[in-house]
Design a protein around this ligand. Structure first.
Ligand code: DX5
Ligand code: ZN
Length: 227
């Protein structure tokens, strides 16, 4: 079982306390910073952008986990400042992208890790052709675009099925990242089902309560399952 990693969703972070929040992430060895990028076309919302990423990279060494909810990602992803150690996810459902290979190649060429993202209505088998080219799968447990939603029914079974598909095809070392309504009750269940990267937002560590207490609580819940 891959070691669990926590990736806080910065769209849920209080922009007026961002410096203090990032300090809290560093003090608690947070592994990744989840950056939701939306173009108003692939999802009916806009969110964080290139300048936000650039300023983050100047402010902290925590790797970026850039989630591109955009159409034609192959034409947009190079505008973002990612490199060695960062992760960039591109949606299987990206409109206008006949082939995702150019996106994954561009991400890999900069030393970053390409991930393929799938929405709740996309069968998990859809990623089969892309597992060789990517470092893992971002499995959406809500419909992308907005924070504060509830997990889509059947998401835990999808994580189990995806982990089985990856194990059976020799990809056990690749990651499953889960994104959406990852709360203190669901995170251990998602972990047991086979997820190892957890996008956490308003449902847990960036919700009410002290940040360090919230992170410690999430970590102990995840470690209990890992054993
Ligand atoms: C959804 C976003 C997530 C997430 C936010 O598109 O990608 O970052 O939903 O966290 P929650 O679901 O906890 O508010
Ligand atoms: Zn996301």
């Amino acid at each position: 079982m891959l070691r669990p990693a926590i990736s806080p969703s910065l769209m849920c972070a209080d922009i007026f306390r961002l410096g203090e929040i990032i300090d809290g992430f560093e003090k608690n060895s947070i592994e990744l910073l989840h950056i939701d990028v939306m173009d108003g076309e692939f999802v009916p919302n806009f969110c964080l952008g290139t300048d936000y990423c650039r300023r983050l990279k100047a402010a902290t060494d925590i790797p970026l986990d850039i989630h591109l909810m955009v159409s034609e990602p192959e034409n947009k992803l190079e505008a973002f400042p990612f490199g060695e150690g960062d992760m960039v996810s591109v949606h299987y459902e990206s409109v206008g992208s006949k082939n995702l290979a150019p996106s994954f190649e561009k991400i890999r060429k900069r030393g970053a890790k390409p991930f393929i993202a799938i929405n709740p209505d996309t069968p998990t088998e859809a990623v089969s052709d892309w597992l060789e080219m990517t470092d893992g799968v971002l499995l959406m447990t809500v419909y992308p675009g907005f924070a504060g939603q509830s997990m889509v029914e059947g998401s835990l079974e999808r994580i189990t099925a995806l982990r089985r598909l990856m194990d059976e095809n020799g990809y056990s070392e690749k990651s499953i990242e889960v994104d959406g309504n990852v709360n203190y009750e669901k995170a251990p269940l998602m972990r047991r089902a086979g997820a190892d990267i957890f996008v956490v937002g308003t449902s847990s560590i960036l919700g009410p309560g002290d940040l360090t207490d919230n992170i410690r609580k999430m970590r102990s819940l995840l470690d209990e399952v890992t054993g």
